[in-house]
Ligand binder design. Structure first.
Ligand code: C2E
Ligand code: MG
Ligand code: MG
Length: 589
């Protein structure tokens, strides 16, 4: 028969031997009873080797404990449950820096019971699982299931380090970047953008798998990875001859360039590709990827759906571009940019007698850069770079603002002899920004420029592109200004799609005009362009007129206006005013 004394003795024995720490304290935290496990667990927390008061002992590790005890709900008596206590909270868990879990209860009015459990190992395990998960996330792209850039670099390095077999030439790295993916994201949202990326990854995989099916390669699949938001890499290390790479590249370009169907949308997303072909046994993976990306940028600059093969010279031109980029950052602040004006003259109407022209039809504003070392730099050299480095908006605003103010100055000074219209170029990048119409409106207001006198020029390849660009064009037109399609004939859109673009003027590119008087083929194209434009209520400007013969041809074909060195090169504002005065006098006499 067990007595209550025996039971008490058993309880004490249990407490004494229990593998968990048990401590009984007064309301003030004075320790009244402590079992050996507690003493072992709490000793590292004691600064003077004593275990007298629980609050003092834990004041650094659990400073709120006293307050928690005071606030405890009397009904349940719970002070805290599984509170994690660590000697060095900022350190990783280690046996020398244990982590304890504390649960505390108010038993009767003046008695508290604390239970300590050593959870150091548990926390270590949790952290290992977490870091494994993190490193998996770092290595596997969640959206496409492909290796990430980090993983691709490792795999690529392993492949490069592997000795080449005698039958295979070496490897090629293909760096694939989607063109204008941002426009798709902006227009259709991230969800569709993500679906599109998965489809692209899938199509890339199936294109490469088909090489195997077709017996083009024997074993293994090439390494495919997603190395950036809209960028993929493919490593082919099964090339028998290096020339094979262009066949694969072209097939990828063709397949990825076909439309994607997502819900009701039919989406076109072409890609540009950079290729590095390299002997195995040599090279560093990140250098190889870098070289491939330089080639890709070259391909992208050349236009849609192209590949470029890396050449060492690309490194030097990339350095040159970067130095232009650095200088350009300062150009605006240092007032090195300025605007020149080229007249746009009237070719039809009563003024046109024996080659005399209407000099006041308009002018085009063109930006220039007075570089401290290189002299005057052409926009052809820096507009593209400004687009890439995010400076085009600031430059575009500067040109528009300067030109509008200049236009108004001439209106005030010259009255009816002032140009009637101002044309300003917009770049591809500017058109992708939703705030563009607001900025243009602000400049019109602050300069006092009537919207109807402003014409914004967009390039042909650009205007035909996407719904979001069309939306932007309509927003601009809603301000009351007009739009011109620049360089017509050099892009992809055809005469038959001209009606889809909300422009008022078509500018026939110089490459047509310069052969207008010598080539029947070009004359027919100019004629057709003018006819279609007029049938749609648009007027026409012939660009780059250099000779009387060219001027006469385009005039006879009905072209409304002309622009070119025959009349004047682009000149600074003061020279433009003199040109206007001289030409007005000449055309009257
Ligand atoms: P664009 O808008 O088609 O401008 C016409 C270009 O043809 C100008 O070159 C002009 O100087 C040149 N040009 C005019 N008449 C003749 C001619 O008779 N013969 C020859 N050979 N060339 C002629 P520029 O000023 O070097 O500008 C080149 C391009 O740079 C422009 O082509 C335009 O696309 C872009 N650009 C210029 N200024 C700006 C700007 O402020 N913003 C943006 N986004 N682009 C600009
Ligand atoms: Mg232009
Ligand atoms: Mg042009």
């Amino acid at each position: 028969m067990t007595t209550s004394n025996d039971a008490y003795e058993s309880l004490l024995q249990f407490m004494y031997r229990a593998p968990i720490g048990l401590v009984q304290t007064s309301l003030d935290g004075d320790i009244e009873m402590i079992n050996p496990k507690s003493a072992q667990l709490l000793m590292p927390f004691s600064q003077d080797g004593s275990l007298d008061n629980l609050y003092t002992l834990l004041q650094d590790s659990a400073p709120t404990l006293r307050q928690l005890a005071a606030d405890a709900d009397p009904a349940s008596g719970i002070i805290c449950e599984s509170l994690r206590i660590s000697l060095h909270p900022e350190a990783a868990p280690s046996p020398s820096s244990p982590i304890l879990s504390l649960s505390m209860l108010r038993l009767v009015d003046d008695l508290l019971l604390a239970v300590f459990v050593d959870v150091t190992l548990e926390v270590q395990h949790e952290q290992q699982v977490l870091s494994r998960k993190l490193s998996e996330a770092e290595r596997v792209d969640k959206l496409t299931g492909l290796p990430t850039r980090v993983a691709a670099l490792e795999l690529l390095q392993t492949a490069l380090d592997r000795p080449a077999t005698d039958t295979r030439y070496g490897c090629a790295l293909l760096y694939i970047s989607c063109n204008r993916f941002k426009l798709i994201n902006d227009a259709l949202g991230y969800n569709i953008g993500n679906q599109l990326l998965s489809l692209i990854a899938g199509r890339l995989g199936s294109t490469l798998r088909s090489r195997r099916r077709d017996g083009e390669v024997m074993d293994g699949l090439p390494l495919t990875a997603r190395i950036g938001g809209d960028e993929f890499a493919v490593m082919l290390d099964d090339l028998l001859v290096p020339e094979n790479v262009t066949g694969v590249a072209q097939r990828i370009l063709d397949r990825l360039g076909r439309p994607y169907a997502i819900g009701p949308h039919k989406i076109y997303c072409s890609v540009s590709m950079g290729i590095v072909v390299q002997n195995r046994d040599s090279g560093n993976a990140s250098d190889l990827l870098q070289d491939a990306s330089l080639a890709m940028e070259d391909a992208k600059r050349a236009g849609d759906s192209r590949y470029a093969i890396f050449e060492p010279g690309m490194r030097a031109s990339a350095r040159q571009r970067r130095s232009v980029e650095d200088d350009l950052q300062l150009a605006l602040a240092k007032n090195q940019l300025f605007v020149v004006y080229q007249p746009v003259v009237g070719l039809q109407g009563e003024q046109y007698i024996d080659g005399a022209i209407d000099p006041c039809a308009g002018m085009e504003a063109l930006v220039r850069w007075q570089h401290p070392v290189r002299g005057v730099v052409s926009p052809v050299e820096f507009i593209g770079i400004a687009e890439e480095c995010g400076m085009i908006d600031a430059i575009g605003e500067f040109v528009l603002d300067t030109a509008c103010r200049q236009f108004m100055t001439w209106q005030a000074l010259l009255g009816p002899r002032a140009p009637r219209k101002l044309a300003v170029n917009l770049s591809r990048e500017q058109l992708s920004h939703p705030g563009l119409a607001g900025i243009v409106d602000g400049i019109l207001r602050s300069s006092g420029m009537p919207a109807s006198c402003l014409q914004l020029e967009v390039t042909e390849s650009l205007a035909a592109q996407s719904g979001s660009v069309l939306t932007r064009l309509h927003e601009l037109k809603a301000l009351g200004l007009t739009l011109a399609l620049d360089d017509f004939g050099t892009g992809y859109s055809s005469l038959s799609s001209l009606h889809q673009i909300p422009v008022d003027t078509v500018k026939i590119d110089r490459s047509f005009v310069r052969y207008g008087d010598t080539s029947l083929h070009h004359r027919i194209l100019i004629d057709a362009t003018i006819r279609v434009a007029h049938s749609l209520g648009m007027d026409t400007v012939a660009e780059g007129i250099e000779t009387f013969a060219q001027a006469e041809i385009v005039r006879q074909l009905g072209c409304d206006k002309g622009q070119g060195y025959l009349y004047s090169k682009p000149v600074v504002a003061a020279d433009f005013a003199s040109w206007l005065t001289d030409t007005t006098v000449a055309s009257k006499s």
